[in-house]
Write a protein that binds this ligand. Sequence first.
Ligand code: GMT
Length: 373
Amino acid sequence: MKIGISCYPTIGGSGAVATELGKALASRGHEVHFIVTDVPFRLGTFIEHVYIHEIDTATYPVLRTPPYDFSLAALMAKVVDDYELDVLHAHYALPFAVCAFLAKEMASRDVKVVTTLHGTDVTVLAQDSSLKQVMKLGIERSDAVTAVSRSLIEQTVELFQTEKPIECVYNFIDTDVFVPKVGQRVRRSLAKPGERVLLHISNFRPVKRICDVIDIFAQVRQSIEARLVLVGEGPDLSRARDRVHDLGLNPYVDFLGKQDEVAPLVAAADILLLPSEKESFGLVALEAMACGIPVIGSTAGGIPEVVVHGETGFLSEIGDTDSMAAHTLRLLEDKELYARIAKQARERAQKSFYIGDKVGEYEAIYRRVCGMV
Ligand code: GMT
């Protein structure tokens, strides 16, 4: 099939999922066209069957802001016609689902639109009434809509009061890339022998509760030698730096900034911290599990669908940093418990979130909307 994919190219779970999906589809012989503002961060070098179309936004003195969304929709329509696309897959409702709807109206071919809801498109942006209606249009006019967890489906149905069927296709992981122990060399450069490594990776937005990450670490360090490794950047980065400074933790915390290739870093850690306020899925939790790293997190959104409490990590109420710190210490002080959770985490990642299965689920949806079944 010929599939167009639009996503945010910058660091973030939705872009990572869309890019990995595109690469996997191309490896299965599909022709994949990324229609984007920039080359997606995980795309890497040349890949057979993959094409990239970058948006060129019009500027003109009378325009207060460049009409990016219209340029995107126009480019989508052009790629649909020029390359005879069967499907446009929009990752993140705003603006991609709406632009895909416009492109479908403009194109000469009957292209089908599949929209995948990733999280804050629904849980944050749709709280704004001026955006909610336009998102509802994008969702309801899609030929198929998927969401990355059951929790996100429930929230979408409730918020939009929509009867549009929404299918759950969980995020997936390549367990040949996210492998236990590939981080041993990285670990030696991050921590001294005997020091335990706690890791958090995110886009440092308020929903990630970065100060909770630091508070959990502060409590853990009162009992054991440990370091905190923070990967990523975003609006709460300076708050995080201030908190670390105020708690006198500077010597024990590393801010690594944005990193493209996180597998060796994840595998170098002992614990992944994800205390989010909102989290539709938590791709990083799955990445950690695949590396055999237990997850300590909150029960927000779809996290419990990924991390099974007591089996692949431990979950606590949002904001309960005492409980999260206690779970972390228990895991780090009980070798047998740690080994059991680590093993179960890897097994769950392999069994329930296998890349081949999830890509197959998307292919089945494409075939169905195109009437190929
Ligand atoms: O919705 C967002 O916050 C953006 C998005 C991203 O691009 O990072 O993250 C969401 O999509 C990921 C991939 O499906 C999920 O793993 C994240 O849980 C989700 N983030 C939130 O719900 C906060």
